[in-house]
Design a protein around this ligand. Structure first.
Ligand code: URP
Ligand code: ZN
Ligand code: ZN
Length: 474
């Protein structure tokens, strides 16, 4: 087994920052010791990384991605190969992607399809959640099977997108009851899709076809209402653990906070786009440019009475929001977003960002919105615990996989296509952003995959992670 030493860095965990050296034996962390403790071992270590002046953090875990998702008449533009390389560039060492099942399709075949797409392609490790787009006796049986035998222990349901992935309340209740019986987690896209479709049809009938109307027809009330309903259904289903995805609204967050205050196993994530981007600066740009930022839930105004951005940051500090994921669902403008020219409802929904989550959230540390420890907790450790990968993932500690990022706080990252991002997109949602901090070195299970501003990893290095039940429940 080869040995790697990371010397002179400051190791960050959710509970603190300490000067420490890290010894890696093969794929796992062998020991974390006081600086100098392993110096004797240094001559025999094949790889020595000097982390002087840098942070040593667990590899980022992005628990919400959509590689190759068939959606809106096209496919998300990152494959597992391109998407996981981009993730590695951004200090992410594990993704959990959403396998798809739709009405009338077999869940097992949907999962097998996702394994085929990812197997042998990935630069970093990966797991799957399973989208259940068609709740029926067969898919309910399959949920139990996946939980018990396939290492897929979380299931995404949709209160939005009628006719695509949508489930009605009865179907949601049944799926939640099944999850409750087998200990699985329900992930919820919480927007009232039936009401949204009425607003969309009315807007189009008035000739309101520009991208800006995407946000106007998805008001935060309909995110808050659906969030509330999901929380009630989860209680009725036997207090199934509920995880609300891509939260963008302050009023929806209040529903989560209230449920958590009552001691429920209710959790939520947000994404960098909801923390940093505003509807005024994006969707409301003239012409069709706003299409770049069409995603659901939509971007919102910071001036709204619910103070969405401000409250999302607060929610992250208060643990009302447990995790930051990206909901990485990239589409190019050319031939993809353009499908919605003249009709905003036909713009494929999604934003790519798997490469930029760590630095965009580190900017929250720099601007005083988050502590360093909370940055690591929301981007690395809680994702591992929430989705059954801890302590193998999400922590720099003996026995854990050596998924490690050396982070340079003294460099800056410039984001954009012009700065050669690695996602397969012809634009960046964050074009021109200059943020503090930069990925210096990334190790995936002991193997260096990013160093000296170069990708040195290997297609197929990434392995499928069979996940346990959530380890985050009370
Ligand atoms: O706009 C989004 N979020 N696209 C991806 C699918 C989903 O709803 O997560
Ligand atoms: Zn969604
Ligand atoms: Zn998503």
């Amino acid at each position: 087994m080869s040995h790697t030493l990371i010397l002179n860095g400051r190791v960050v965990s959710p509970t603190g920052v300490e000067a420490a050296d890290v010894l890696i034996d093969g794929e796992t962390i062998a020991a974390v010791g006081t600086p100098g403790f392993f110096t004797e071992a240094a001559p025999t270590a094949e790889v020595v990384i000097d982390a002087t002046g840098k942070y040593v953090i667990p590899g980022g875990i992005d628990v919400h991605t959509h590689m190759e998702l068939p959606f809106g008449g096209t496919f998300a533009s990152d494959t597992f190969e391109t998407g996981t390389v981009a993730a590695a560039w951004g200090g992410v060492t594990t993704i959990v992607d959403m396998a798809v099942q739709r009405t009338g399709e077999s869940v097992q075949e949907g999962l097998a399809d996702w394994h085929r797409k990812a197997d042998g392609e990935c630069a970093i490790d990966y797991g799957f959640h399973q989208i259940i787009g068609g709740v029926d006796d067969e898919s309910l049986k399959a949920m139990r099977y996946l939980t018990e035998h396939e290492g897929v222990t979380s299931f995404k349901l949709f209160m939005a997108y009628p006719g695509v992935f949508y489930s009605d309340d009865g179907q949601i209740l049944r799926a939640m009851q099944t999850a409750s019986e087998c200990g699985a987690m329900i992930m919820m896209h919480a927007e009232n899709g039936i009401a949204i479709d009425v607003l969309v049809a009315q807007a189009l009938a008035r000739g309101e076809t520009d991208p800006r109307y995407h946000a106007e027809t998805r008001p935060s009330d309909l995110e808050a209402e659906a969030t509330h309903r999901a929380i009630v259904l989860a209680k009725v289903a036997g207090n199934v653990p509920l995880y609300v995805v891509h939260m963008s609204a302050g009023d929806a967050l209040e529903e989560i906070a209230a449920a958590r205050h009552m001691g429920r196993n209710v959790f939520a994530e947000t994404c960098p786009q909801y923390l940093w981007l505003t509807v005024e600066e994006t969707l409301q740009r003239p012409g069709f440019e706003g299409a770049k930022w069409v995603c659901s839930t939509p971007l919102r105004s910071p001036d709204d009475e619910h103070r969405h951005h401000e409250n999302l940051w607060k929610g992250l500090r208060m643990n009302e929001l447990a995790i930051v994921s990206t909901d990485h669902c990239p589409f190019c403008m050319k031939d993809q977003k353009e499908l919605g020219l003249g009709d905003f409802s036909k713009i494929p929904n999604g934003i790519g960002g798997v490469e930029h989550r760590m630095e965009l959230l580190y900017q929250g540390v720099v601007s005083g919105q988050l502590s360093l420890e909370r940055w690591v907790e929301t981007c690395c450790t809680t994702p591992a615990r929430m989705f059954g990968m801890y302590p193998r993932k999400g922590i720099v500690a003996p026995g854990a996989d050596a998924d490690i990022v050396v982070w340079d706080p003294d460099r800056q990252t410039t984001i954009g296509v012009n700065d050669k991002h690695h996602m397969n997109m012809d634009y960046s949602a964050y074009e021109g952003f200059v943020v503090d901090g930069k990925v210096d070195t990334v190790l995936s299970r002991g193997t260096v995959v990013i160093a000296d501003d170069a990708y040195v990893g290997r297609k197929g290095h990434g392995r499928f992670i069979e996940r346990e039940l959530s380890q985050y429940l009370v």
